[in-house]
Write a protein that binds this ligand. Sequence first.
Ligand SMILES: [Zn+2]
Length: 273
Amino acid sequence: MNLKQKRMAVLVFIIIALALGSFSVFNLVKGRLNNVEPQIEDPSIVEPPVVEPPETEDPDLPSQEEPDEDPPIEIDECFLLGLWPLILVNQDNPLPLSYEPIAMSSVDGYYELDAEIVPITQEMIAEAYGQGIHLRLVSAFRDSGLQSYLYNAEVEYFIGQGYDQEEAEVEAAKWVALPGQSEHQTGLAADIVSYDWLAAGKGLTVDFAEDPAAIWLKTNAHNFGFILRYPEDKTDITGISFEPWHYRYVGKEAAKIIYEYDWCLEEFFEHCK
Ligand SMILES: [Zn+2]
């Protein structure tokens, strides 16, 4: 090693020594600062204990959770939109006039529904009966021919009330769907009241909403896959007047979501987009 190399080695040694020295000093200062920190903390500043807020809800009232803005809907259910039984029938989504369920069978010896939903409908009727509510179907499957007859009769009724033809057609459509636009053609909808209601000589009027049978249906039908299809506060969306007797089968999963979020069927479809 010549002199130049020795000088270089010494220089490198000094640089390394200085670097190590400053690192140690830095750590020392840092460590001291860390050690000092607790001592300069104001001992009067103490983390307050966590106190549970007092229960403000009335314990007599059931807790009412606000639905989320963006509710969680199972993707499977959205995927099934448009497929049986999650089909949407309204003024904008009519059925072909020739549409009929693949198979139908009678619920009670009088009225027919899609054969697939007859057992669950009978189960619902039996459950209500066990609780003192004697449900009675007054309409179920209707083909487009019968729907046409009912719609025309409704138009005639409003003409008899003094409406002109065009006005009568608009009014009638609020109560009786045009052929192809009625859920009754799907075989998945039923108009349901009770034997007591009929025995009292009452028909399909909004007063039925206060009847024990209507209250039972509104509270329990979703457990059997049915929804109140035309709620009072959704008429601007459904385009159909409040019908406390009209129930539509959509399947248990969809019915539960629609019930819990207080939607109509159109809103369910909208949220699944
Ligand atoms: Zn109906």
